[in-house]
Design a protein around this ligand. Structure first.
Ligand code: UTP
Length: 290
């Protein structure tokens, strides 16, 4: 993990069943929190972490993501003609000029681990980040992935984002058993995918950010389907841990919104609206009335 982070993988080939029927036609990652789709928050976080190559693992239903980052000739010409400079900057600013987007398909939704493995030919032999865009992490200062990339480089180790979750929800997450190094980081001893509360070693849950060495690809290649019949990233990380002895769990600075479910998307929207001085009074009054 000696090189700085340049590449970030966005596995976005899931079916998004918790947002049906909307996700019949709209990719979950294109659902907006105010005026920006979830994928834009994720891309901004990756760019903040220093990435210049973004790899989207998509499927045949997710053209909208590629369209979103592409040039919109007609729209841009219209905005230019009408002198709408601010809107034009928004439309052109979805991807900074120095950053390139590469799209890879996952032919079948065989699990998160399999989706990450699909990015292997593009990532090659260097450390890389993974962002699950439906976990929106908001921080005023350094983004969560930047915090993790800095730790990974300093400690020469893989870093997994974790957060404490209520004890009765361990069966929704990968859970780590770890020994604390300092306030925010801990050395992982063991990881379990979706344990029942009674069997969970802790309530520290893996959330959607990872910084991993390229070695994980070989381990993913050898990983057989685990929980839910899917190729689990957690299982390959557990193998990495056995082999390298050091993978860190990191409690990031920032607030996470699980926008993979309706309540989380509503929370994120309310939070962002309250950050906007033009919207906050309206939201406050509206919620008061409710
Ligand atoms: P989820 O578990 O949230 O699944 O995947 P999902 O299909 O997106 O949503 P639901 O549960 O049906 O509502 C976690 C992340 O892994 C990606 C998803 O796109 C999401 O970012 N993923 C999952 C893939 O890219 N491929 C897969 O085969 C599975």
């Amino acid at each position: 993990m000696s090189k700085p982070l340049r590449k970030v993988v966005f596995p976005v080939a899931g079916l998004g069943t918790r947002f049906l029927p909307a996700t019949k036609a709209v990719a979950k990652e294109m659902l907006p929190v105010l005026d920006k789709p979830l994928i834009q928050y994720a891309v901004d976080e990756a760019v903040d972490a220093g990435a210049d190559t973004l790899i989207f693992v998509t499927n045949r239903y997710k053209h909208a993501i590629a369209d979103y980052f592409d040039k919109a000739y007609e729209l841009e010409a219209k905005l230019q003609e009408k002198g709408k400079a601010e809107l034009l900057a928004l439309v052109q600013g979805t991807l900074p000029r120095h950053v390139r987007a590469i799209f890879v398909t996952q032919p079948e939704a065989l699990g998160l681990g399999h989706a990450v493995l699909c990015a292997r030919p593009v990532v090659g032999d260097e450390p890389f980040g993974v962002i699950l865009p439906d976990d929106l992490i908001w921080n005023d200062g350094r983004g969560a992935l930047r915090q993790m990339a800095e730790l990974a480089e300093a400690e020469q180790a893989g870093v997994i984002a974790v957060e404490e979750v209520p004890h009765d929800q361990t069966d929704k997450y990968g859970i780590v058993d770890a020994s604390a190094v300092d306030d925010r980081s801990a050395r992982i001893r063991h990881m379990v995918e979706k344990p029942k509360p009674a069997e969970a070693p802790s309530n520290l849950a893996v959330v959607g950010r990872y910084v991993l060495p390229a070695r994980i690809f070989q381990l993913l290649d050898q990983t057989t389907p685990g929980a839910g019949g899917e190729i689990q990233l957690t299982d390959a990380i557990e193998a990495l841990l056995k082999e390298q002895g050091k993978v860190l769990a990191y409690r990031f600075e920032g607030t996470r919104f699980d926008c993979g479910n309706k309540a989380g998307l509503v929370r994120a929207t309310m939070h962002m609206a309250m950050q906007d001085p033009a919207l906050a009074p309206t939201v406050r009054a509206f919620v008061g009335n409710l």
